[in-house]
Design a protein around this ligand. Sequence first.
Ligand code: GTP
Ligand code: NA
Ligand code: MG
Length: 441
Amino acid sequence: MEALRQPIVCVLGHVDHGKTSILDSIRGTSLMKKESGGITQRIGATEISIQRIIEISGGKISSKMFKIPGLLFVDTPGHVAFANMRTRGGALADIAILVIDINDGIMPQTVESINILRKFKTPFIIVANKIDTLAYFIKPENTSFSEFLKEQRQEYIDELDNKLYAIINQLYQHNLTADRFDRITDFTKNVSIVPSSAKYSIGILEILMTISGLAQRFLTPSIALINNLAKANVLEIRREESLGMTLDSILYQGKLKTGMAVYVNTSEGPKETKIKALFTNVSSKSTKVTERSVVNSASGVRIAISDKLDVIPGTTLIEAKGDIDSIIKELQEESQVKIDLDEHGITLKADTLGSLEAVAFELGTRGIKIRSTQIGEISKRDLIDVSTLPDQMDRILAGFNVDLSTDAKNNLMNYDVAVVASKVIYSLIEEIEKWLKNKKE
Ligand code: GTP
Ligand code: NA
Ligand code: MG
């Protein structure tokens, strides 16, 4: 059996349903028993070794059950970054956790998440979070879900079941058959739901066990740690005084080294540059970053590059080795957003390729046509272009997660163009629909 890298586990779901809290809890639970080792907090990513999961399970699982070295959890702040991370190569999220607030149930971004998971055929589990907010809750001594249940009164258990059945029904309406993880007999037909409280760390053990099981079941060649070209998905671009350009990325294949020549996707197409420095353990909370000369996949990593380049977030960084033409071709293809454009329709701008795709996907399901798409802020040039379109119905510029340039702001009144911008996908779509409806009448 060849070596496997740790599967990348994306955590997604509706805003405020507790994705980050669950990851915090996973980190906390994991750190509780031992201070370090086996767990590393990285850029937007939490790495946990299978050894650590086995320790936490207290013997409930054995190392014989797992061939994977661990799990790399990737948090998704809102759906935008998620689409962003999921876009290229399809390789980034191997499996996923869909977090649902047990009281709220299925919300718009939950549905959107389910659609994205379907689109990419990503296996996932569901976490029904915030079970501590239900009536009759008794603060537990033991936080494994099954032990926790034993400490609860029947009223609580009934309440929990009611809420879970409501969610199971809602899921069923979205063509998903799901059940509580400990009631499932056929895991190929049902999606597991793990009830949890990130606040009290209830169910974290079961989340880790269920997701490890899922990872093991869906082991694919994509996580084989073969001598592949290094590939990383660039999440965020920063300009730092001392370092110059840095790219916060998830390395999902191969290894990166300082001095290595790499290709990145810029607004002017694929460009070659060199890795100046590599940093791991970067988190918003800690200032203690670790400089590394080599980083193995899968890992969150901050990559400092030698050149000042306008790298597009959501694209791939690829090691410049072997067949360079095919690397360039691959990058060119990914920067060509796969969105069906029409002769008529709206003009769409967004901050990343992933978010362009996410909005286009949602517009498509509503039959709203797109004439043109572009990454970047809304410029005066855009105002001019769109306002001079012959068809009145086409004179709408939609911006997702982008601002208007100062020039555009100052000239907004001078052009016959509707500008709608939002950081929330559904408000944006609502605004577009409203405008189209009014214009038609
Ligand atoms: P976004 O990243 O903004 O989409 O949100 P999120 O899904 O990461 O949610 P986050 O972890 O930020 O939690 C949102 C709020 O819910 C915070 O106030 C948390 O303290 C609270 N919260 C999260 N999990 C629990 C839980 O299990 N119980 C209770 N009572 N509150 C929780
Ligand atoms: Na939040
Ligand atoms: Mg969050």
